[in-house]
Design a binder for this molecule. Sequence first.
Ligand code: PMV
Length: 320
Amino acid sequence: PGNGSASSHGKTILIGEHAVVYGAPALVLPVLDARVVATVSPVGAGADEAAGTTVGHTLESTVHTGPLDLAPAAVMPTVTAVTATLRHFGVTDRHFHVRVDSEVPTARGMGSSAAVAAAVTAAVADALGETLDAETHHDLIQECERVAHGRPSGLDARGVVAAVPVWFEGGRIEPVALGARFTFVVADTGIPGHTRQAVAAVRERHDQDPAAVDGVIDRIGELARQARGTLEAGDAQGLGVTMDAAHDLLSALDVSSADLDRLVDAARAADALGAKLTGGGRGGCVLALAADDDHADRIAAALRGAGAAATWTTTIGARA
Ligand code: PMV
């Protein structure tokens, strides 16, 4: 019985949040620099069981350290990650100490629960000397996400294992081929996002004035299509324009906030090619597009100066 380890990362939504709830396409962006690493090591191997001792899984993380069977609700998805992976491989007699090191903050729309699930399931498989094919891995992550969120779209589960942006439309997913290298900065307002309330508020607006809200949703869908084209063409300027426009449309849906707007303004003042809120809104994070790595450093500094609790820079696509 060996040790196992695996990593994953956070995600944000490049374009399409809220509109995706109404069937519009969305682009999900991996945040490669916000990492989750899971390491698992066998405990109680053989000897304890022979002695009749009950051995269980244990967890070491910032959320909970101790036996997994006594874990608080917040780590139930991690319990599922371990047990579902063991069940998948038909293993019933193994127990693990699971350590999770995460740079992905919770409740910021960065997919922290899916990222932890992705890393823990793959680490347990690794410890068993097995690997998970992409669809099996996705199914296991989704099983954990159902414990965490009820009815997950699957967008987080895809984003946290992707190396490139993922196009999401009508339940289908496609990796997006990149025409250039793109550098993004993610900044955390430090305030938890309120996705559920924001989604409900958009629904209420839609009930009151369906034509107006459908119009905004269609335009966001259009921006997603445009953004995909700019990624494929390597057109950073064009992508920035779609991001700015998406922020305006999300503001029109009233899912932004003073904190999000302040960070978006700070990124634009630092000459970001584009900036927008990302995810459910009313808290959570903003996403800005930089011209290159030095520019990303300047944008990140401006965002921290404007009160961001943390920033991450994520570069995707071919190295220059
Ligand atoms: O805040 P996040 O990244 O979990 O994204 C929410 C995205 C919404 O479109 C607002 C809701 C959803 O379920 O798709």
